[in-house]
Every structure is written in C-alpha cells, then in structure tokens.
Design a protein. Structure first.
Length: 256
C-alpha cells in the first residue's frame, strides 16, 4: 500500500476506526499526509500505528475510560481520545501545540457529532503552566498519550512528565502511554527516570499488535506514588472549540 507505515495508510484523508465495543458506527478522523496542502511539519497530522493499538486496547478494556475524565497529550489527529469518548468517557479534551489545532478542532467536532460526547480541543504546550491551568490542573482521571516519546527529544521529557503529573487527579489518576520501539531504549528509559524523579511509578506491558505488525509496541501505565502531596486547586476546563468536518475523500479503516 502506497504511503503506509506498518500497513497504516497515512495518505487517506479520513481514517476510520472500528471495534465492536464502540458499536456499529466507526470513529472518524480527518488527517493530512505529507502530500496534503494542510500538512503541518513537526506535528502529527496523520495517524500512527501505536495510536490505533492504544485505541484498540481501550476497546478491549473499556473500564479504563468509561465514566472518567480524560485528556490526551500530543493528540495529533485525536484518534485515541475520540475512541475514549466513544467508549463512554465522561469528558475528553484533545490537546496539542497551536499549529496542530485546525485538524484537532475539526476532529473534536466529529467526536461531538458522533455521540454527543463532551469532546473539546485545546492548545497545550507541555510545561506551560498557564495552559495547564486552562485545560484543568488536577482535573483528570486518565491522561492518554501515544507516540510522544521520540528519539532526540529528550529535552521534552521533563516538561511532558510534569504536565502529566499536573493534570492527574491526586491518588486516583493514571497515565496510559503508547510507545513504539524504534531501535533504541534510551529514549523511554530517560522518560521513565524523569517520571520517578517526579514521584510517579511506571509499569509496562507489550501491546497486542496482531498478525500484521512487528512486536515493537508497548503500553506504559504511570501512576502517582507521592500520596501525601496536596491536591492542586481546580481550574476552569478548556472552552469548547468547533471545527469543520472536512470534505468527502478516500478513507482508511482500522478495526476488528
């Protein structure tokens, strides 16, 4: 298949995710591949395999997000967060850097239209305290992230981990992070060391890839261990942002 990564089509304008846990209507996301005039270099304006695998993991264990407040970091096109919304999360906020907002706002609107879920998009630069407060400090049961640990980006690890910690509800909050191994372990080792320094515990298991993908995908579950830390004051949640739903176009479907 032309324009694929691990058999995932990154050139189709629409990505569809299907699973019996979300019913008969797929979750749909707009994406902008490298040949699109809307492609944004330096952002994930396309779907990546680990996002689909983390979304499938949520479908196979829906209690991870059902009835819970969720925020996705480095959302890209927002697939993981939108699947959480489809599974019955009480609220979902999709976040990324400012230049990634157009596609994320559009896909948040798709999420709201699909099942009336509370699904918002908000700008969030890791380590920006004002933006953390605007999204919701200590407001979330679950922080979701996929493919946010990239070799050569070690300088972002502290800001990413500290942002995760700041968003989690005290005691009960959990981070679910999907990671793709790309020929070196130093990147994730550096990140987990940073998490430990910030009072978080990390566990990892291999994600089930199925027959068409290599054994390179992992789920990192991160929890707070500093149970005596005082809770931060609640903050106003991000305002709703509406977006266009995109044009009819060739699509790619992932599902069971």
């Amino acid at each position: 298949m032309v324009g694929t990564t691990h058999n995932v089509d990154q050139h189709a304008a629409i990505v569809r995710f299907e699973h019996t846990a979300i019913g008969t209507e797929p979750v749909e996301c707009e994406q902008h591949g490298s040949t699109s005039e809307k492609f944004e270099p330096g952002t994930s304006s396309v779907v990546w395999p680990v996002s689909l695998l983390l979304a499938r993991h949520l479908c196979e264990t829906p209690s991870l997000v059902q009835g819970k407040s969720c925020v996705e970091l480095g959302s890209g096109i927002g697939m993981v967060g939108l699947v959480a919304a489809a599974l019955g999360a009480s609220s979902v906020v999709l976040t990324d850097v400012g230049r990634a907002m157009p596609v994320l706002e559009s896909n948040a609107a798709r999420g709201r239209a699909r099942n009336g879920a509370e699904c918002l998009a908000a700008e969030l630069e890791w380590g920006d305290d004002a933006q953390v407060d605007a999204v919701g400090r200590s407001a979330f049961d679950v922080v979701l992230a996929a493919d946010v640990l990239i070799a050569g980006w070690a300088e972002t690890h502290h800001s990413l981990a500290s942002t995760m910690r700041a968003l989690l509800k005290p005691v009960v909050g959990v981070v679910l992070l999907g990671f793709e191994y790309r020929e070196e372990w130093d990147t994730v080792a550096s990140f987990t060391d940073t998490c430990a320094e910030l009072g978080m515990h990390v566990d990892s298991v291999q994600l089930d890839e199925g027959p068409d993908l290599p054994d390179d995908f992992y789920l990192y579950t991160i929890t707070l261990v500093d149970l005596d830390a005082p809770a931060a004051p609640p903050a106003t949640r991000a305002d709703s942002v509406h977006g266009d739903e995109g044009e009819d176009a060739p699509s790619y479907t992932f599902g069971l």
